[in-house]
Design a protein around this ligand. Sequence first.
Ligand SMILES: *Cc1c(COP(=O)(O)O)cnc(C)c1O
Ligand code: SF4
Length: 390
Amino acid sequence: MNQAEWYRRIPLWQDVPLEEWETYRWQMSNRIQDVDKLRQVLKLTPSEERAVSRKSGRFIMGIPPYWAALMDPDDAACPIRRQAVPVEDEYKLSPNDMIDPLGEDSHMPVPGLVHRYPDRVLLLVVEVCSMYCRFCTRSRVVGTTAGYSRPANIDAAVDYIKAHRKIRDVLISGGDPLTLSDERLDDVLAKLRAIPHVEFVRIGTRNPVTLPYRVTEALCAVLKKHKPWISLHFNHPKEVTLACRKACGMLADSGLPLGSQTVLMKGINDRAAIMKKLFHELLKIRVRPSYIYQCDPVKGTAHFRTPVSAGLQIIEKLRGHTSGYAVPTFVVDGPGGGGKIPLMPNYVVSVKDGVWTLRNFAGKVFTYHEETSGNGARTSSVEPSYVLIQ
Ligand SMILES: *Cc1c(COP(=O)(O)O)cnc(C)c1O
Ligand code: SF4
């Protein structure tokens, strides 16, 4: 067994040839969707067994063999496993839980198009993902038949964007847009690129992480034509495998800038050392971490949620202690549709009469004096309420 055929240790897949294993098509048609198959890959805990066997009210499960082979078969706390395998905690509802925590459905002028910020929109083009994340903010639509990928829906969204000249930025998401065929993707990108005021297009996708074989020369050729930025979604350093590095390398070599967002989750990545390792791994593959999200109060995800302070503590331990590019912005998406609200540790000790007393990453205190004009008046000032001093 050579290193490329690591998956063959799992009896279920021991006869699968590497050429087949490494295709998106084989991976998608052999996804794990029921308890019998999952049992052949993992030693299930009673909680997993019961949650996966439940027939009704369950958020869809779908695990590509690639992702399943990365899971620790004996450890239910494995971060790869916890992101993909349902547990009974998903049925313990919290009073904070919401179906649509970001209020997206109420900000849709046409189905699948969320227009929350003045200059940019979120365009949902499909409900399918290669792997269904247990904490998904859009669990109300992913894996369903909301119909976002219907050509008529996409055309209505494109018409809306055409008619609103202030929209200069389109974020294509879903579901996972890379579950569309290369041809469909080419078509959507071409339609958006044909709108003169759309100057920036990005694709939000987890496929290079959850099923990296989706990234092929043919896909790269399509993307190269339309030059979108790529927004990835990484949560743990274990996700940065050989195959994932190769996929990200192909995207970067195609000239596409790569960013990543991370969802903060209890027991998965809520320690600064894990986040730092993840972000260092990402810089190595030319991926720039952009956001850490406080876990949204999606129905059935209370067991993943950390205190907000956990995110602040992580930023405190990163900023100044490592490369600035490895430090994303920590945000809370305002429940009900507030958008991304950034939170930062407080570095302002005091501010008075243009004198800013600040602390640095190591806790040392420094003062910065604002300029005064000839008559002694300050040339700039700040509303005292703008700076929160603890
Ligand atoms: C996150 C998001 C965006 C993009 O926001 P950026 O801060 O530019 O990354 C746009 N629209 C919606 C609805 C979003 O949730
Ligand atoms: S890939 Fe994204 S949209 Fe799909 S289930 Fe995961 S978090 Fe949700």
